[in-house]
Design a protein around this ligand. Structure first.
Ligand code: SME
Length: 160
């Protein structure tokens, strides 16, 4: 049974630093992928209050909506489309300070202003999903978010 989440009231770095070991604890001993994605989405939403936090998984030639926290969202995204599909295609983290300036951005919500997408990699380095976080403010995400969220996503690595 999970304990309540401890949320640091310090800087962004301090919040992430407090969150990561708790994520490790939440994920340890649980092998069900959906359960783990759901808890990571919830912990990020609870810690930072982001507008939308969630996962898309690669299913065939599309990303399909997985566990998330926030308003209802687009269910399927093609490879190379939008921020998520581009992060999948390029297998790298994308930080988007202004979604309207990103060519092909998919607006699941008109309230989203900035976004970060981090790929989930398996043991062979293949993308099996993405973490997508949307903010209702411009310029929310930077290298600090990228670094810590990449570390969080490594905790979800599939062993292929
Ligand atoms: N904006 C994303 C689509 C997913 S939603 O924001 C939840 C994109 O352009 O890929």
């Amino acid at each position: 049974m999970a304990e309540d989440l401890y949320i640091s009231n310090g800087t962004k770095e301090e919040r992430y630093a407090a969150l990561l070991p708790q994520l490790k604890g939440l994920l340890s001993g649980e092998t069900d992928e959906v359960a783990n994605l759901a808890n990571v989405a919830a912990a990020l939403k609870e810690t930072f209050g982001f507008f939308w936090v969630g996962f898309y998984r690669v299913v065939g030639d599309e990303l399909v909506l997985g566990p998330f926290q926030g308003p209802v969202a687009c269910t399927r995204i093609r490879k190379g489309r939008g921020v998520c599909g581009t992060a999948w295609q390029e297998a790298r983290t994308l930080v988007v300070p202004d979604v309207d300036a990103f060519p092909g951005h998919i607006a699941c919500s008109s309230l989203s202003r900035s976004e970060i997408v981090v790929p989930l990699l398996d043991g062979a380095g293949e993308v099996w999903g993405v973490l997508d976080i949307d903010s209702s403010e411009f310029n929310t995400f930077d290298d600090v978010d990228a670094r810590f969220l990449e570390e969080a996503c490594r905790l979800l690595a599939r062993n292929v």
